[in-house]
Design a protein around this ligand. Sequence first.
Ligand SMILES: Nc1ncnc2c1ncn2[C@@H]1O[C@H](COP(=O)(O)OP(=O)(O)O)[C@@H](O)[C@H]1O
Ligand SMILES: [Mg+2]
Length: 152
Amino acid sequence: MTQIITKSYEETRELGKKLAKILTKGDVVVLNGDLGAGKTALVTGFASFYGKDNEISSPTFTIINETVLNDDLSLFHFDVYRLEDEDEFYAIGGEEYFDKGITFMEWGNTIKSALPKEYLEVNIDKDDEDENVRIFNLLPHGKHYDDIVERI
Ligand SMILES: Nc1ncnc2c1ncn2[C@@H]1O[C@H](COP(=O)(O)OP(=O)(O)O)[C@@H](O)[C@H]1O
Ligand SMILES: [Mg+2]
């Protein structure tokens, strides 16, 4: 497991931007952490690499937002907090998006068995002492994501 600590919203955005330089079509990133942890902040930073950060917000009610990043790449931004279980995820055809673009999934741990075999799990904790500090624990599932984490 790799740990990255950010000390501001901006630093979390930078981490997302860094990820954008590495991730390619078909990659899946699962973001776990309480409300206000910085899940959406990370996705916003990712999208800023493509100049699309103003189009990002938590798809809490829509479950999924697509943002076209360029001619052949889309971001699929899920927030599965409101899904009851994996069946609801399958019912919306959720798993059909994975190989069609880059996926970020907020609260992905709630539908664990519907996740692809390989993905990057990111668990975000707040710091008890400092309200601007976030601890990112990067847990790669699969060799492809080992390589990605090594490059961050
Ligand atoms: N280091 C940090 N990284 C990310 N956000 C931070 C940080 N410190 C404070 N914040 C604040 O925490 C909140 C994170 O919100 P958001 O990204 O929407 O969280 P989530 O999507 O996990 O609910 C924002 O209000 C942001 O300003
Ligand atoms: Mg969010």
